[in-house]
Write a protein of this length. Structure first.
Length: 705
């Protein structure tokens, strides 16, 4: 029986408990608390770490796998095993945060008391929380300041100590703590502050990192070097006192050299375009946003750093330098046969404009579509020496068109029609071959079927559809790869957080054209560069093929070309303040801006730098077509001698005497008024006048050889 109130006492004394009762009550309460705490530890499960604690940003690397482009995700962390952290760095962290780590069982009552006393007296040692408690708070709990949260922290800390080794706890802690400058974990801190992996950290560097843990913003070496050094010396002395370093090592401890503090946004310049292109393709092939943002992946891209720099430099050097308001420039480069995207130029700066002109921008492609008709024509038996009527204007199957500047060339070979981008000849070719076959050739080369503006009519060959630069680069890469097409990709290799490979690019490509067809296409497109509308591209000093493209009203200008090693496409467009396309006229001081101007110059500047140091390769040649390579003025018509072109076709006024190749039936009725604007590799066209004489049918096709 409990003698309370005390019967032997009188008055107020009856209510004063005896010392035995007090002691018994305290013992009972202590047993109850200890038992309750033990029960809580036993019953409380260790939860899964929260997303932030385990999240690792995804590294995106250049094709060499060594140089970083940037990261996906806000949490910059790379988890590493404890064995990759030098022992001196581990001990520095313990000296700074919990020098009794290997002695306690999760929380340290003596440490809590010591921290309280030093807070009162102004001493400087560790905080009251152990490393285990800090890890528990970061990994499982919130940072809420409350007694309940603190009790949960202590219980969970003891629980964790019963299910994990000290090494596991310390390793997890080192991967979760915040060091400042957006870095979580010692590996990220080592890379950010010293430009090296954690395993290469020195004693000085480790002590400096340990000094930052308490309050990263207040010990940043850029802003507070003296404060950081003072904190380092406190940690050094603690390590010396514990016998973890000797006096000689302690005497040498000093403030290490740090990397400059970066202020630039990682998305600046081309980086943002590359990172977003990676994100889009990774999502398309099935990776989730959660995996990309916090899965700790390492993505090696196909982007070649030197070629990427060449693209940026080429636009700066050869692009228009003034009257550029609203100008959009896109460049994409693809490796033939593999589809690997080697460089993109999405715009001047991703931070200013997030639309990627290389991978997302679109515009009518103009005469860069003519090689698709060329390939289809060759497959149908039309050789480069076949003769076509280059008279302008012309009406073909009710469609009225004209050449650039309404220049009339008379009878020309298919090669000459390609060199000089003669619209009237190519629309005739398309009509003879069939629009469906020309579109099919474009699809086989690599033009996506979802490209806006594709219609099965005679305007297709004039590039009225609107592809992206990456589409044209990949399509022309098919010509460069002897007819083998590979879908463009920016992904080379993907590794998971643990280092295992989740994806690696393999053999790619599918034969879409036979070799002889492609060799003939390559010969014709080399002539475009050697002595045609793309002559500026010859400046790179190696065999190159390509095609210019411009559209009605100078709304866009293109050059797409290739060597055996690399294909690239350059697009220029211009918009008003509302995003509507406007004429390029006047851009860079040029009255007329066509494919042969800035696009070809940018292409040449890029290719010359991108291929510097690589062997000069020539295109294969199995074609038996005759009269190719430069102007084929010696070609003769298979229909009649009167259709033989001159040595070098010259433009004649369309208003003069009809060409001998025109029908003598001058009394023929006017053509239908279905006049349409046309495109040319040399520049833009003006509205087409109605043809006053019908055009003769094209000659019988001549097979190669």
């Amino acid at each position: 029986m409990v003698n309370y109130p005390r019967k032997e006492r009188q008055g107020i004394g009856r209510f004063v408990p005896s010392w035995k009762l007090v002691l018994g009550s305290l013992v009972f309460l202590g047993v109850l608390l200890v038992g309750g705490f033990a029960a809580a530890v036993y019953l409380m499960p260790v939860p899964e770490p929260n997303d932030v604690a385990v999240a690792e940003s995804t590294k995106v690397m250049y094709s060499d796998g060594k140089r970083e482009i940037g990261r996906l995700g806000d949490v910059r962390r790379t988890n590493i095993p404890l064995s990759d952290v030098p022992e001196s760095v581990q001990l520095a962290i313990l000296a700074a945060e919990d020098n009794g780590f290997y002695d306690h069982g999760g929380f340290d009552p003596e440490g809590i008391g010591r921290a309280f006393w030093n807070n009162v007296t102004g001493g400087d040692t560790q905080g009251g929380s152990t490393i285990t408690q800090q890890y528990v708070k970061n990994a499982y709990l919130t940072h809420e300041q409350s007694l309940i949260r603190k009790m949960k922290e202590m219980v969970l800390a003891v629980k964790v100590e019963t299910v994990a080794s000290k090494e596991e706890i310390l390793g997890n802690y080192l991967n979760t703590i915040y060091f400042g400058r957006g870095c979580y974990g010692v590996e990220c801190a080592a890379e950010t502050f010293y430009g090296k992996h954690a395993k290469a950290l020195t004693l000085d560097e480790g002590i400096a990192l340990a000094a930052m843990v308490r309050s990263p913003g207040n010990y940043d070496p850029k802003d507070y070097p003296e404060r950081l050094q003072e904190r380092m010396f406190v940690i050094r002395d603690a390590m010396l006192e514990k016998g973890w370093i000797n006096q000689k090592q302690a005497n040498r401890v000093s403030l290490p050299k740090f990397k400059p503090k970066k202020r630039a946004n990682q998305l600046a310049g081309q980086n943002g375009y590359i990172l977003e292109a990676v994100r889009r393709e990774m999502t398309e092939v099935g990776w989730s946003e959660a995996e990309l943002e916090g899965g700790g992946l390492t993505i090696v891209t196909t982007i070649d750093k030197e070629k990427e720099e060449a693209a940026t430099n080429a636009v700066a050097a050869a692009g228009p330098s003034y009257n550029n308001e609203g100008l959009r420039i896109g460049l994409a480069a693809v490796e033939p046969g593999t589809g690997e995207i080697k460089a993109i130029y999405g715009g001047a700066d991703y931070l200013d404009d997030q639309l990627d002109n290389a991978m997302q921008g679109r515009a009518p492609a103009g005469s860069t579509f003519k090689p698709f008709a060329l390939a289809a024509g060759i497959e149908s038996g039309y050789g480069l020496s076949s003769i076509w009527n280059g008279t302008s204007p012309a009406t073909v199957d009710g469609y009225t068109l004209q050449n650039y500047g309404n220049s009339s060339f008379g009878p020309v070979s298919l090669l000459q029609a390609t060199q000089h981008s003669i619209n009237t000849a190519y629309v005739q070719l398309e009509a003879e071959v069939g629009v469906d076959k020309v579109i099919d050739a474009a699809y086989r080369a690599g033009l996506p079927k979802k490209t806006p503006g594709i219609e099965e009519n005679l305007t297709f060959v004039l590039g009225t559809a609107s592809p992206r630069p990456i589409d044209m680069a990949a399509s022309f890469a098919t010509f460069a790869a002897d007819g083998v097409h590979a879908e463009p990709t920016i992904l080379k290799e993907v590794k998971r957080s643990g280092g295992e490979t989740a994806y690696r690019i393999g053999e790619r490509g599918e034969e879409r054209f036979d070799t002889e067809t492609i060799d003939t296409v390559n010969q014709a497109l080399q002539a475009v560069v050697n002595s045609g509308t793309g002559s500026r591209a010859s400046w790179i000093g190696r065999p190159v093929a390509g095609k210019t493209g411009s559209t009605d009203g100078q709304k866009s200008a293109w050059f797409s070309g290739y060597t055996p090693q690399l294909a690239a496409s350059v697009m220029l467009t211009k918009e008003d303040s509302k995003g509507n396309p406007i004429s390029l006229a006047g851009t860079g001081g040029l009255g007329s801006v066509g494919g042969s101007s800035f696009p070809t110059a940018i292409f040449a500047e890029f290719m010359k730098a991108a291929l510097e140091g690589e062997p000069v390769e020539s295109f294969s040649d199995t074609s038996t077509d005759w009269g190719v390579g430069g102007d084929t003025g010696s070609s003769t018509s298979t229909t009649s001698p009167s259709q033989s072109p001159s040595e070098s076709p010259s433009a004649t006024s369309s208003s003069g005497t009809p060409s001998p190749t025109q029908s003598s039936s001058s009394a023929a009725p006017s053509a239908p008024t279905s006049s349409a604007s046309s495109s040319s590799g040399s520049g833009s066209s003006t509205p087409s006048p109605v043809l006053t004489q019908p055009l003769t049918a094209p000659p019988t096709p001549r097979a190669p050889g």
